[in-house]
Design a protein around this ligand. Structure first.
Ligand SMILES: [Zn+2]
Length: 439
């Protein structure tokens, strides 16, 4: 919900734990692992199988077979017994902010923590996210150096975390949701980064610099946002010309563009300009639904963020500023109804939470909110697997359990197709063939 230059929580990283896990991660096993799955939802959307085996070699699924294949079939094979569990693909969260978490000191931490401090905090939250069953995330807003370093550290196996697809700093207008706001003038001058722009040419420059810095995807703030400390509303912030320039520049360099958008003017302008996906979508209307359907564009609703800011702003310990509070009370409660209308209207939905607004590790609470908004448990699981993979354009690597795919899988004790809150109690996590959690 916010582009954060450095909203960060308190403590440092448990280094010893991370070091031992990094050793495990680097040895992404040459041995054969055979997973016995009591129930296997290998391709969410097709019926789950009973009593199946996954043959895993070199961190990838080699085969999916019926029945429990004995260890003796492969020399030196190890069996992981999940015969009493429900096994499904590792979950995907399409919208997180790993390097921070909302708290009463967040606005102070913006100007006291270094990028390095934030990277260590991010390592802790990355691990927590992985342990909650999310093996892939898209991080949509953090300082460039911090999140790109964290992404690469996870890729090398130096830090335990989900695979990270990162936007780095959001492209935003001066004074807009992604710019720094609500501080004294000289501090704001110091912190306005190169991703902040005004005018079509300047915004193309901002996109190109993000690509140069290492952005996998371009995140823009198409409208105002709840947690920026400006009473600038939730409406459109880029002009139509700027939107066209941004999307063209990004697409020419092979990057998709996703837009933070609440107000309907900003949502529809971005969709008309050919943008690739919408985050939040709070005030979408029938015309938005028509535009979403025309291009098959994904919506990432982030109900958990709406729920969280609504609860904080109306609670006894509200730590938001007056400008943040007014917007939280206005936007938060509308989001369930928005998803209900979008889903009924046939809009494609990808799972995303905006975690970092709410607490990291609570990501799976989004499932129950999506069910309250009218989706079936299976549809919410599809949103967090096959749909999120299609949305992030990584279907060849995530979202299913199939021969040739990385061995990213989780297990829960009960049937999440009957009670989706089972996904809040993940018992087993494997990413790339490495077991990170076993009960
Ligand atoms: Zn966000």
């Amino acid at each position: 919900m916010i582009q954060r230059r450095g909203l960060v929580a308190a403590a440092a990283v448990a280094c010893a734990t991370l070091l031992s896990l990094s050793a495990a991660a680097r040895q992404a096993p040459a041995e054969v692992i055979i997973v016995h799955a009591g129930t296997l939802l290998d391709r969410p959307g097709q019926a789950p199988r009973r009593n199946a085996s996954l043959i895993i070699r070199g961190g990838r699924i080699e085969a999916v077979r019926d029945g429990f294949v004995p260890a003796s079939e492969f020399a030196g094979a190890r069996v992981v017994d999940l015969s009493g569990k429900f096994v499904l693909p590792g979950l995907i969260d399409s919208h997180v902010h790993l390097t921070g978490e909302q708290n009463p000191n967040a606005r102070l931490e913006n100007v006291t923590q270094s990028d390095v401090d934030q990277a260590f905090v991010g390592a802790r939250f990355a691990r927590r996210t992985l342990m909650a069953g999310f093996t892939t995330v898209a991080d949509l807003g953090a300082t460039n150096e911090t999140i790109f370093a964290l992404r690469d550290a996870v890729r090398r196996g130096d830090v335990a975390g989900p695979r990270i697809i990162a936007s780095g700093e959001a492209v935003s207008v001066h004074g807009g949701h992604g710019d720094i706001n609500g501080y004294r003038e000289d501090i704001m001058h110091m912190f306005t980064g190169e991703s902040i722009c005004s005018g079509a040419d300047d915004c193309m420059r901002a996109v190109r610099l993000q690509v140069r810095s290492g952005a996998d995807v371009i995140k823009i703030t198409a409208t105002g946002g709840v947690l920026s400390n400006t009473a600038a509303g939730l409406g459109q912030q880029f002009s139509d010309e700027e939107l066209a320039a941004i999307i063209g520049a990004a697409h020419r360099m092979g990057r998709r563009v996703t837009a933070h958008a609440h107000g309907v003017d900003g949502i529809n302008a971005f969709l008309r300009a050919g943008g690739d996906s919408i985050e939040h979508g709070t005030y979408l209307d029938d015309e938005s639904i028509r535009l979403f359907r025309r291009e098959g564009t994904y919506l990432v609703p982030t109900l958990l963020a709406g729920d969280f800011v609504g609860r904080i702003a109306s609670g006894p310990d509200n730590f938001f500023t007056p400008a943040q509070t007014a917007k939280a009370l206005e936007a938060g409660p509308r989001m369930l109804d928005m998803v209900r209308r979008a889903h009924a209207g046939g809009v494609r939905i990808a799972f995303g939470t905006d975690s970092g607004v709410s607490a990291h590790g609570d990501n799976a609470q989004e499932f129950a909110l999506l069910v309250r908004a009218g989706m079936t448990p299976l549809q919410t699981i599809q949103a967090a697997t096959v749909n999120a993979a299609a949305h992030l354009r990584i279907s060849q690597d995530a979202g299913r359990i199939a021969a040739g795919m990385p061995a990213d899988l989780i297990a829960v004790g009960g049937d999440p197709l009957a009670d989706v809150t089972e996904l809040e109690r993940v018992r087993f996590v494997m990413r790339g063939g490495v077991v990170y959690r076993a009960e």
